[in-house]
Ligand binder design. Sequence first.
Ligand code: SF4
Length: 351
Amino acid sequence: MSTLHYDFKSGAQLSSRSILIWRIVQTAVWLIGATILTCLLFFPPIGVLLFWNILIPIAPFLFVVAVGVWRNVCPLATTNLLPRKLGLSHRKKMSPTQSGIFNLIAVIALYIIVPLRHAVFNMNGVATGIMIVVMAVIGVTLGFVYEWKSAWCSGLCPIHPVEKLYGANVFISMPNANCDNCQNCVVPCPDSTPNMTPIKATKTIYHRISGWMVVAGLPGFIWGWFNVPDYATLNSLNDALIVYRNPFIGFVVSSIIYFILLLITNNKQDKTITSIFAAAGVSLYYRYRIPALFGFGRFNEDGLLINLNGIIPEWLPHAITIVTTLFFFYWLVFRKPNHSSWVIRPEFAKK
Ligand code: SF4
């Protein structure tokens, strides 16, 4: 039996050969990340294309199908976990309240940063690069203090709420290529909990609010976000607020719909409502993003990867988004939960 196969089946500790393979993959992806960051800072047009128009559009699909792959190879995670891997972390255990507050900050950061793409980041590679560097500095600093993924990957990372929303029914559990032993650093561990959703963590009011904010608000927020053009120049505070208006309206409308649905259905249907909202969110994302990538977006060249307008029929990208929508609703709503976690929990550390 191959070592890799053994790891998948048993959930036992990774063999040294598997660890080596994962370290090679992590290093390769880290180098790709470092290259994109270098481009953002020194060759901004190329960096913007690579980061916002290639890497980021792939991410939601990967989160839906196999978020564990991303959790194992994310370059920011590889960087932020270095203090722990090098034995330099104080390995402090976070209290449930701290963990809940970190989750809440992550959701708020998501809703603050994403609209700023229209005002700054989509056009400004250097600003995007600086934002990534700031995140790495925060993550590494916290990595010196807190155990494993509790502070950044499962705490403050603004992408993490989206991982939890979309990654509720992954294809397969990957081996955990980061934590050597499980220290129970975050409860529930988003990586190791089968069919994880944002509303599974209910320990504190902060967990609950952050869970609701992402499940209820994100689909409408995405709709609103795609109904705002990029602004190359913002002349006033009022201009700056424009980029928040539509996403905020969308957030409020979809939250109202969510809570009405919760009120008129019984508790057993909460999971279904969550999965419908997750499918709606990721479907809306690709509904707008795929046409924009290929020159059929609402706002000229916003979010353009390659202009195929005039080369392929106009209906084609829209037809593709019907297929993606059907796929996401099948995958997240109609497909039976398979009780897979993102990654397999390693053995608990001996006390
Ligand atoms: S597997 Fe264990 S140590 Fe790793 S992130 Fe989850 S709870 Fe923390």
